[in-house]
Design a protein around this ligand. Structure first.
Ligand code: C2O
Length: 344
């Protein structure tokens, strides 16, 4: 059977998975008795998510204002900045058990739920921001770390006066440091860029012989956590988390730990690019090695999550409604893919 959405009223203590100790923060969401099955609204105008290194000052101003307003919402508003960050903690740090499965944890990482869960998470986050600035076309930026022009932390996130700033980051990896997707520790920027492109080529194309190699392994009701991540989750995705996380903090906070990752506004920009990788893989990349990129298993398609939408309505969403980003009303700015035929 598919993974069922969590029972919010049974949300409990979360665990710091970097050191396996209980967390002293409560990351459970506000309760609501009223859950609605979410229906994707008709798309009147496609939102276009821009590359974070290419956005205009006007865009940065709007984005900053939206995050600032999110930070000013009442603490118990499920749309507030901390409540949004806590979604990641609750779904990823063992605060939820699988309904009806005893104390078996619910975990959305390291499995085929990784892409769909984070896609829904960003979907509502983006809609909340759009609502807060009265702009229903607002689209999140993506951190274009797969392109040499985007391989540093996007500048708008490192302005200390901005709502996009977070002080808990590795100070050695602020711009102009080049992101190290292979966690090589190499400090020669040219070598790191070349290695990054090799990694992208491998995890997007060469290394995948079936759909699960990319998407992650099956995770069903009753399955123990972490059946195995897909290439992108295991590779570039995790590398960026670790690379940005602050070694001065006890546990890699913010981006380097599940419970705190969502407290850095950069998290959503990073994940917008992870989401873009999924979309590129599905609809754009050559499919000679994996001719069928769909997973038709009903345990995948019918898995479900709960989120609060932009109107603070609790909604139930399914994996099958997340498979096509165009149906969800957004697309990505077209950018070169220099790793596409990168065979060193
Ligand atoms: Cu839910 Cu990048 O992790």
């Amino acid at each position: 059977n598919p993974i069922k959405p969590p029972e919010l009223d049974k949300c409990g203590v979360a665990t710091n998975l970097n050191n396996n100790t209980p967390l002293d923060i409560n990351c459970c969401p506000p309760l609501s008795q009223n859950i609605v099955d979410y229906r994707l609204p008709p798309v009147f105008q496609m939102k276009i998510r821009p590359s974070a290194h290419r956005v205009s000052p006007e865009y940065i101003f709007k984005y900053n204002m939206a995050i600032d307003r999110m930070k000013r919402l009442p603490k118990d508003d499920p749309r507030s900045f901390m409540q949004q960050a806590n979604i990641h903690c609750a779904y990823c740090n063992g605060a939820y058990d699988q309904p009806g499965q005893g104390t078996l944890d619910l975990q959305v990482h390291n499995s085929w739920l990784f892409f769909p869960f984070h896609r829904w998470y960003l979907y509502f986050y983006e809609r909340i921001l759009g609502k807060l600035i009265g702009d229903p076309t607002f689209a999140l930026p993506f951190w274009n770390w797969d392109n040499p022009k985007g391989m540093t932390i996007p500048p708008m996130f490192v302005d200390p006066k901005s709502a996009l700033y977070d002080e808990k980051r590795n100070q050695a990896n602020l711009p102009p440091a080049v992101v190290d997707l292979g966690m090589t520790g190499n400090t020669d920027p040219l070598q790191v860029v070349a290695n990054n492109l090799t990694i992208m080529y491998n995890e997007m194309i060469r290394g995948n012989s079936d759909v699960y190699d990319f998407m992650g392994n099956p995770y069903r009701e009753g399955t123990p956590v972490n059946p195995g991540p897909g290439a992108s989750e295991r590779g570039s995705h995790t590398a960026v988390h670790v690379w940005v996380g602050d070694p001065r903090q006890p546990s890699g906070e913010d981006l380097g730990n599940f419970y705190s990752a969502g407290r850095d506004p950069l998290f959503y920009c990073h994940h917008a690019n992870v989401d873009r990788m999924w979309s590129l893989w599905q609809y754009f990349l050559p499919s000679n090695k994996v001719p069928d990129k769909r997973i038709t298993d009903p345990d995948f398609l019918n898995a479900a999550f709960l989120f609060y939408d932009e109107n603070a309505q609790l909604v139930r969403v399914t994996v099958k409604d997340s498979l096509d980003n165009l149906r969800m009303g957004y697309d990505f700015e077209r950018i070169d893919l220099p790793w596409l035929d990168y065979r060193p």
